[in-house]
Design a protein around this ligand. Structure first.
Ligand code: B3K
Ligand code: ZN
Length: 881
């Protein structure tokens, strides 16, 4: 390992910096061999702190060659400063002073994709969280906010476009033929929001007039070949700008907003001030190359990064423990934006499903942490589902507690109080409290306690007194470092159904949903004037990120699945019914007993298929069996192969029992309309392709249908759905057809990076026999590239996360494949290596032989020399827990 003893950073040790930086001037002379970075920093002693003497200035910096340091214009000789692998310490003699540093870096050799690096010949940056220190020596922490002025110098033939944050204020040509441009950002910002791009790029331009009448120039930059793929992102950007004005009263502040698409990117996108940089897969789309999922993801991510301009940039984080301050809030904002633009119930179902599958698993594993962690070794490891997705659920609960208008009052107060500041989650909660005169003291435990609370509900009906009582108990399992949890404040939205399936009025105002404020370990709620024994509908709308236990019978679940007035809970009842049935089947499969499908699941599906009034988007969700990942999350001990077998069996039975219904709905939804990514059209395609996936189980008889859809589809959504069905169709005669379709798909789209990611993913997800050998062979394919995170995610990530039957095969070769990549990427790109590790960290939840084999791979990784902090932290925690 690089550091013998990697340091743990604690929230409790936070201190303000000794110095502030007011102005940062940067110049980049971009070269093919060497890039020269010059900085000029205006520093000022932090007078909030008491100092006996002027402390040395300790700047962060790695991976660069220091060429020169000046303080107030005077050269500082090597003997006068102290240089380590991670810092540069300078002597200080004045309270305010200027530091000038010259360093050299090699972006073309930077495969970590953090700092300044190259992607397809283009220079670009990624500074959050601590990438800026790979560019120059700096106080690289979010509470140090400066005004930036940046000059970029490069050869105009290769890099005609040179961008940074803010407005371009000057440009010119040097004697050596290189051109330069200077950008100035009038807003103070931390270094993590700095960005630079230089390359040979095209752009599309548009305009947006803000609510106060200012005209903003909007530009999306991409490589020339992708210029026809930017329109959807531009439309999404304009929608986001309008939505943030309408819903939060937030107006854009610079005169220009730019987005740049790059192929090599560790995450989805980055909210750099005025210059968002995006993973190309999260910005580029056209109907014949992008699926509906991609269209919706682009809208959500463009919105997310745009919304950060207020929740993140104007008001930023004091330190990285506060990451959820900007991420949880911004995910909540983008989820509401997507809900307003598309189907609200479907968005809620998707988000809750994702949280319960993936974040609950994180909460139950060795890396469980609160949404505001107490400590970290490598901050990049804390861009987690907990900080983001659970963080958003915590903000949503506040929204539900104070109501829509109260939340707006709270966010107005928060932005007004803290504009231009770097603050903590405490300030956010305080603003919500102060604006609404509510007490969120107990609620704050959501920020400090890890784990998923479980609420156990029992009920009692008293016919004589016409009273109904619900008793709610809460418990939160221990997580690493936190054994005893105090009770949470959990808002539990409930309804009561009468025997006809109608909602019962719960108060004089006639409300049929009520939020129970559960604050104690055990609490009883009494409902009066209840004429008959009701059936409770619990945690409506998924009102809190918790698990609910109530002893529903399968008949009661079937009843709720067809009667609950809460769209989310109708879906949820169907899911619970399916989970109950699939768990029983999995248990039987494990014992090699014969399987039969409970007819109630068929009834529930038939009712959905025959209900023409139902929103097709919701219907598609109701007709999807719980994923193997979700079923695994529910299990005490996970036996992945039994889960797979049970789910495949149920799918097959449903396909056969309802074959006519699947076909009827599939045919009813045929359309020759031109492609549009509207909510209504997406819903119809999603229901149609759900039907197709069941039809693809039916052996030879439906193969012609799949082949026809593959060949005649005029948009990628339908084409990809057909390809996926063909690749996964179990019937033997499907094999040659699938092979031909895959070859045809490759032939047609081999030059298109985004489509090739899809092509790899569909093969990586195939669970049929023989698929693993094929996946191994794809590593050698020219469409694969270990230095591109999207390709790693498409092939190796998809395989490990979504292909349980091959990943968990009993020989352990699936685990070995993943561990081999973690070891290779530990050197090439530590952030991606550490993320890829996730499935192995869950080893303790699996039955044998899986558990021992997964652990052995972790031990093998742990023994590697030169482990990055990223991988070290995750492996160490996994083995220790
Ligand atoms: N803020 C960035 C994430 C940066 C991750 C750095 N390892 C994207 C986002 O959440 O909007
Ligand atoms: Zn974000």
């Amino acid at each position: 390992m690089k550091d013998a003893q990697p340091k743990t950073i604690y929230l409790k040790d936070y201190q303000e910096p000794d110095y502030w930086i007011d102005n940062t001037e940067l110049s980049f002379d971009l070269g093919e061999e060497i890039t020269v970075v010059q900085s000029k920093l205006s520093l000022r002693l932090n007078e909030n702190k008491t100092h006996n003497n002027l402390p040395p200035l300790v700047l962060d910096g790695t991976d660069q060659v220091l060429k020169q340091v000046l303080v107030d214009g005077k050269t500082i000789e090597p003997g006068q400063y102290k240089l380590t692998d991670e810092t540069l310490a300078l002597p200080v003699t004045q309270k305010t002073f200027i530091v000038e540093v010259t360093t050299e870096i090699k972006p073309q050799e930077n495969t970590s994709l953090e700092g300044l690096y190259k992607s397809n010949g283009m220079f670009c940056t990624q500074c959050e969280a601590e990438g800026f220190r790979k560019i120059t020596y700096y106080l690289d922490r979010p509470d140090v906010m400066a005004k930036f002025k940046t000059t970029i110098i490069a050869d105009p033939k290769q890099y005609p476009v040179m961008l940074s944050n803010g407005n371009d204020i000057a440009k010119g040509e040097r004697e050596d033929g290189k051109q330069w441009v200077t950008w100035e950002d009038p807003f103070k910002k931390p270094s993590y929001l700095f960005a630079l791009v230089a390359g040979d790029l095209s752009n599309i331009t548009d305009k947006y007039t803000t609510c106060s009448g200012r005209e903003i120039t909007l530009k999306i930059f991409t490589e020339h070949k992708n210029i026809d793929k930017c329109d959807h992102a531009m439309t999404s950007l304009k929608k986001s700008m309008k939505w943030d004005e309408d819903v939060y009263g937030r107006e854009y502040d610079l005169d220009i907003f730019m987005i740049v698409a790059v192929d090599h990117f560790n995450m989805g996108a980055m909210e750099n001030k005025g210059l968002n940089i995006f993973n190309s897969s999260c910005v580029l789309a056209k109907p014949d190359t992008a699926t509906d999922n991609a269209y919706q993801r682009i809208e959500a991510i463009v919105g997310h990064e745009y919304f950060h301009n207020w929740s993140g940039n104007r008001v930023t984080c004091r330190d990285w423990f506060q990451l959820s301050l900007k991420e949880g809030f911004t995910v909540f904002r983008d989820a509401e934006f997507s809900a307003d633009m598309n189907s609200r119930p479907v968005k809620r179902i998707e988000d809750a499903n994702f949280l319960r599958t993936a974040q609950f698993a994180e909460d139950a594993g060795p890396t469980a942490h609160p949404i505001r962690p107490d400590s970290y070794i490598e901050i990049s490891n804390f861009y987690t589902l907990t900080v983001y997705e659970k963080g958003a659920e915590v903000v949503r609960m506040i929204h539900n507690i104070v109501g829509k208008e109260g939340f707006r009052k709270g966010s107005d107060l928060y932005f007004e109080r803290h504009d231009g500041q770097a603050v903590t989650t405490e300030e956010f909660v305080k603003a919500m409290e102060d604006a609404n005169q509510v007490d969120l003291i107990q609620f704050r435990r959501w920020y400090s306690q890890a784990g998923t609370p479980v609420i156990t509900v029992t009920d009692q009906y008293d016919n004589n007194n016409q009273q109904y009582q619900l008793t709610v108990k809460q418990h939160c399992p221990a997580t690493p470092g936190q054994t005893d949890k105090k009770p949470f404040h959990i808002p539990v939205a409930i309804g009561l159904l009468d025997p006809e399936g109608h909602d019962i009025a719960l108060n004089n105002a006639g409300d049929t949903t009520q939020v129970l404020d559960v604050t104690e370990q055990q609490q009883t709620f009494t409902f009066k004037n209840i004429a008959q024994q009701p059936l409770p509908s619990l945690l409506r709308g998924f009102s809190a990120p918790v698990k609910v236990k109530y002893p529903y019978s399968r008949d009661q679940l079937l009843f709720l699945a067809s009667h609950d007035s809460d769209g989310f809970n109708r879906w949820e009842a169907g899911q619970q019914l399916a989970v109950d049935i699939l768990e029983e089947l999995a248990e039987k499969a494990r014992k090699n007993q014969s399987l039969t499908l409970d007819d109630r699941l068929i009834q529930a599906y038939r009712a959905v298929l025959q209900d023409e009034q139902l929103d097709p988007a919701v219907a598609a969700k109701m007709l999807a069996l719980p994923s193997e990942g979700y079923l695994a999350e529910q299990a005490e001990t996970i036996y992945p192969l039994a889960i797979h077998q049970a789910r495949e069996f149920a799918k097959q039975q449903l396909a056969e029992a309802l074959s006519e219904d699947w076909l009827a709905v599939y045919q009813r939804l045929q359309s020759d309309k031109a492609y549009q990514p509207t909510a209504a059209d997406i819903a119809e395609r999603s229901l149609k392709n759900t039907c197709l996936s069941y039809l693809s189980q039916l052996g030879e008889q439906q193969l012609a249908l799949l082949e026809k859809q593959y060949q005649t589809a005029t948009n990628m959504t339908d084409k990809y759905a057909a390809l996926s069905c063909l690749v996964n169709a179990p019937a033997e005669p499907a094999k040659p057809i699938a092979k031909t379709a895959l070859a045809d798909f490759y032939q047609r789209w081999q030059e298109d990076v985004q489509v090739m990611e899809q092509w790899l993913a569909v093969q990586a997800n195939c669970s049929l026999p023989g698929a693993f050998e094929h996946i191994l062979s794809l590593q050698e394919h020219e469409a694969f590239d270990i230095t591109n995170p999207n390709k790693i995610r498409s092939l190796i990530g998809q395989f490990a996360m979504n292909n349980a039957v091959h990943f968990h095969q009993e020989t352990g070769v699936g685990y070995k494949l993943l561990a081999d990549y973690v070891i290779k990427l530990n050197i090439v790109n530590p952030q991606i290596a550490s993320r890829l590790l996730t499935p192995l960290t869950r080893w303790k939840r699996y039955g044998e032989p899986h558990q021992a084999q997964m652990k052995a791979e972790l031990v093998r990784i742990r023994k590697q020399p030169e482990l990055s902090k990223d991988v070290y932290e995750i492996v160490e925690k996994s083995l220790k827990a």
